[in-house]
Design a protein around this ligand. Structure first.
Ligand code: ADP
Ligand code: MG
Length: 649
C-alpha cells in the first residue's frame, strides 16, 4: 500500500472482502468450497492429535459422543418425570389403586407405586447429571493436555523447519510473513480446530437425537422445531462471515495505528522521536486515525447486532406460537404436560445447536486459514540443503577459492548484484575487496559462504563446486564476520563461544579469541568478567558501544580455527588505534589461511597481497597495490581521494 499513514488523508479505505460474491449461486459455491476445504483439513488435524496422544484423542472422541446425547436424555427424563408427577396427582385425587408401570430401557417393565416411580426416575436423572459433570471434566482435562502437547510439537516443527530454510526465504517479505504467522498464530490452531470439529459432532448428535425424540412425540413438533431457528441461522451466517472477514483482514487503518503507536513506545525509536520532536505529531495522527476507525466499527457493530436481533425475533415469535399451541393441546388432553416440558427443552437445544453449528463451522474455517499457512510453510523446501551424496573436501583444506563467471541477482531484483565475476585466490593469500556502497562486496562473501547460490557460473573450493558440498561442512571451514553482525543477549563468554559450538563453554579458547579481537581487556574490566551479561534484556546487562560489539563479533569469528577467514568491514565501527591494532594482529591470524576482507580504509587495504575492485557488480581491476596504482584506474582514484583528504586536513 502506497501511503504510510504518517501524512495524507486519514480516511484510509477498508479493503473490499476478497471476491465477495453477490449472486446466490456463487455464494453457494463459495460456501461449498469452504466446507470442503475445511473438511479436507480434518484428517490432518486428527492425525496431529493422534500423534500427540492416542489415549487423550480417544477419550475426547468418546466423551464428545456421550455429551452429545446428554441434552436429549435430560429432556426425555424431564418429560417422563413430569408425566409421572401428573399421574401421581391423578392417582391420589381419584383414589384408585396406587400401582403404575416403570419402564426401564433394556431391562423391562416394573410395577411400582407412583412415588416409587418418581424416585426411580429421579435416580436416573441423577445418573445423567453426574455423567454430565464427569464428561465436562474429562473434556476440559483432555483438551487442555492435548492443547499443550500439540502446541509444543508444532512449535518444534516450525523451529526445526525454519532452522533449515535458506537465507533468501527470510529476506522475501511474503515468505517471511508466512513464517511469522506459522510461528505466532498456527501452534494453537490445530487444537482449536479439533475442538470446533468435535463441537460440531457433538451438536449434530444432540440435534439428531433430539429430532428423533420429538418425532416419537409429535412429528409436527419436530418439523416446527427444525424450521423455527432458520431465520436466526440465516442472519448468523450472513453477519458472522462479515465480521470474521473484517477481523481476519486487519483493516489497513488499524495497521497504521499500530505502527504509529510502536514508534512512540519502542526503545530503539525513542532517541530520534525525541530529538526531532515527533511525539505530539505522532500522537495526534494516531488520534485522528482512531476516530475514523471507531466510526467504522460503530457502524458495523450496530448493523450486525440490530439485524441479528431482528432476524432472531422471527424465531422467537415462531417459538412462542408453538408453546401456545402445545399448551392448548395439553389442556384438551391430546398432549401431556411432559410433552410440553420436552418441547421446551428440545426447542432450546435445537436452537442453540443451530447457533453453535454455525459458530463451530466458522471457527473451523478460520482455523483452517491459519493451518493452511502452517502447512504451506512446512511444505516449503529449503533451496540450499545437503545433497544426497555430498562431495568431500580435501582434509586438510588448502583454501583455494575460485569464482568462475559468477552472476547473482537477488530474488525479485531487476539488476544482478554480481555480473560475470571471475577471480582466483591462492591458498594462504590475503585479498582485500574494495568498491563503493552497493558494489556487491558483501554479496560476494555471502555467496562464498553459500548463503545463496549463484544465478550463473560457479564457485570452487579446492577445485570442488561448493554446490556439491554439504553446506554445513563448507561453513565449518570458514570463519566469517558479516557486516550486520548479531549482538546476542547472553554473557560475554557466550557471545564469543557461539562462534563454534564445540567451544561454547571452553574458557581458555574463548579468552584467546577475545585477545585476538582486541576485546579481552574490556571484558576483564566488566563487573563479572566473561560471565557478565551483555545487552539490555538482563537486569544487570552491560551496554557496550558499537565498536565494542563489533570486537565481540570479531572474537566470535576468530574462535573457529578455520582455514578460510572472511571479514566484511570488520573495523567500520572501530577507532583508528583499534583498527591499526587489529590489522597488525590480522597479519598473524592470516598466516597459513586464505583471507578475504572488505574494507574502506586504504591504509589497510594496501597491505593485502592482492586487491579486487568491484563496481556495479563487475570486477573492474585486480592486482597488488603497486600494480593498481600504476594502472591509474578506479582504485588509484579512490586511493588518491582518501589520501588527499588526510593531507588536506
Ligand atoms: N538481501 C538483499 N535483497 C535484495 N537486494 C539486496 C540484498 N542485499 C543487497 N542487495 C542489493 O545488492 C546490491 C549489492 O549489495 P552489497 O553486496 O550489500 O553491496 P556492498 O558492496 O555495499 O557490500 C545493492 O544494490 C543492494 O541494494
Ligand atoms: Mg557491504
Amino acid at each position: 500500500m502506497a501511503d504510510s499513514g504518517l501524512t495524507g488523508p486519514v480516511e484510509i479505505p477498508d479493503p473490499e472482502p476478497p471476491n465477495d460474491p453477490k449472486d446466490l449461486r456463487s455464494r453457494w459455491r463459495r460456501l461449498r468450497e469452504s466446507v470442503s476445504g475445511t473438511a479436507r483439513a480434518l484428517p490432518r488435524v486428527f492425525s496431529l492429535s493422534w500423534q500427540a496422544s492416542r489415549p487423550l484423542t480417544v477419550t475426547l472422541v468418546l466423551v464428545t459422543v456421550v455429551s452429545g446425547l446428554i441434552p436429549t436424555a435430560t429432556a426425555y427424563v424431564a418429560k417422563i418425570l413430569m408425566d409421572a408427577v401428573v399421574e401421581a396427582i391423578q392417582i391420589h385425587s381419584t383414589g384408585r389403586a396406587d400401582q403404575t408401570v416403570l419402564h426401564i430401557p433394556l431391562i423391562g417393565d416394573h410395577t411400582v407405586t407412583s412415588v416409587g416411580k418418581i424416585v426411580g426416575i429421579a435416580a436416573f436423572q441423577l445418573v445423567i447429571f453426574v455423567t454430565q459433570s464427569v464428561t465436562t471434566m474429562l473434556t476440559t482435562v483432555s483438551q487442555q493436555l492435548l492443547q499443550e502437547r500439540m502446541t509444543l510439537s508444532i512449535r518444534h516443527q516450525v523451529m526445526d523447519h525454519a532452522s533449515r530454510m535458506h537465507l533468501a526465504f527470510f529476506e522475501d517479505s511474503a515468505s517471511y510473513d508466512l513464517l511469522r504467522q506459522a510461528d505466532r498464530e498456527a501452534p494453537m490452531r490445530p487444537m482449536s480446530m479439533m475442538s470446533s470439529a468435535l463441537g460440531l459432532g457433538r451438536m449434530t448428535i444432540t440435534f439428531t437425537s433430539m429430532i428423533v425424540l420429538l418425532v416419537t412425540v409429535s412429528p409436527l413438533l419436530a418439523v416446527v422445531a427444525l424450521l423455527a431457528p432458520v431465520p436466526l441461522f440465516i442472519s448468523q451466517s450472513k453477519y458472522g462471515a462479515q465480521s470474521f472477514i473484517l477481523s481476519y483482514l486487519v483493516s489497513p487503518i488499524r495497521r497504521r495505528m499500530d505502527y504509529l503507536s510502536s514508534l512512540v513506545t519502542t526503545d530503539s525509536y525513542a532517541k530520534e522521536v525525541k530529538l526531532f520532536g515527533l511525539g505530539p505529531y505522532l500522537v495526534d495522527r494516531f488520534e485522528r486515525l482512531g476516530k475514523v476507525y471507531y466510526e467504522r466499527q460503530r457502524g458495523l457493530i450496530r448493523k450486525k447486532n440490530v439485524a441479528g436481533t431482528l432476524w432472531g425475533l422471527i424465531s422467537t415469535v415462531a417459538g412462542s406460537a408453538i408453546y401456545l399451541y402445545i399448551a392448548l393441546k395439553a389442556v384438551s388432553g391430546e398432549l401431556t404436560l411432559g410433552d410440553l416440558a420436552l418441547y421446551t427443552a428440545a426447542a432450546a437445544s435445537v436452537q442453540s445447536s443451530i447457533g453453535g453449528l454455525f459458530g463451530s463451522f466458522s471457527g473451523m474455517y478460520e482455523n483452517n486459514l491459519y493451518l493452511d499457512t502452517l502447512y504451506r510453510f512446512l511444505d516449503t523446501k529449503p533451496e540450499i540443503s545437503r545433497p544426497e551424496s555430498p562431495a568431500a573436501l580435501p582434509d586438510p583444506l588448502r583454501g583455494h577459492i575460485t569464482f568462475d563467471n559468477v552472476t547473482f541477482a537477488y530474488p525479485g531484483a531487476d539488476e544482478p548484484a554480481l555480473k560475470d565475476v571471475s577471480f582466483d585466490i591462492q591458498p594462504g593469500e590475503t585479498v582485500a575487496v574494495v568498491g563503493k556502497n552497493g558494489a556487491g562486496k558483501s554479496t560476494l562473501i555471502k555467496l562464498l559462504c553459500r548463503l545463496y547460490d549463484p544465478t550463473g557460473g560457479r564457485i570452487l573450493l579446492d577445485g570442488v563446486d561448493i554446490r556439491t558440498l554439504d553446506p554445513g561442512d563448507l561453513q565449518r571451514r570458514i570463519s566469517a564476520m558479516f557486516q550486520d553482525h548479531v549482538s546476542y543477549q547472553a554473557t560475554a563468554a557466550e557471545n564469543i563461544g557461539l562462534g563454534d559450538l564445540d567451544h561454547l563453554t571452553d574458557r581458555p579458547v574463548i579468552e584467546k579469541a577475545a585477545e585476538r579481537a582486541g576485546i579481552a581487556d574490556r571484558i576483564d574490566r566488566l563487573p563479572r568478567g566473561y560471565d557478565s551479561p551483555l545487552g539490555r534484556w538482563f537486569d544487570e546487562g552491560v551496554s557496550l558501544s558499537g565498536g565494542e560489539w563489533q570486537k565481540i563479533a570479531l572474537g566470535r569469528a576468530f574462535l573457529r580455527e578455520a582455514p578460510i577467514l572472511v571479514l566484511d568491514e570488520p573495523t567500520s565501527a572501530l577507532d583508528a588505534q583499534a583498527e591499526h591494532d587489529l590489522f597488525v594482529r590480522l597479519r598473524q591470524l592470516a598466516e597459513g589461511r586464505t583471507t578475504l576482507y572488505i574494507s574502506h580504509r586504504f591504509s589497510t587495504v594496501r597491505q593485502a597481497d592482492r586487491i579486487i575492485l568491484l563496481e556495479h557488480g563487475k570486477l573492474l581491476e585486480q592486482g597488488t597495490h603497486a600494480e593498481l596504482m600504476v594502472l591509474d584506474g578506479g582504485y588509484a582514484e579512490l586511493f588518491t581521494l582518501q589520501a588527499s583528504a588526510y593531507l588536506d586536513a
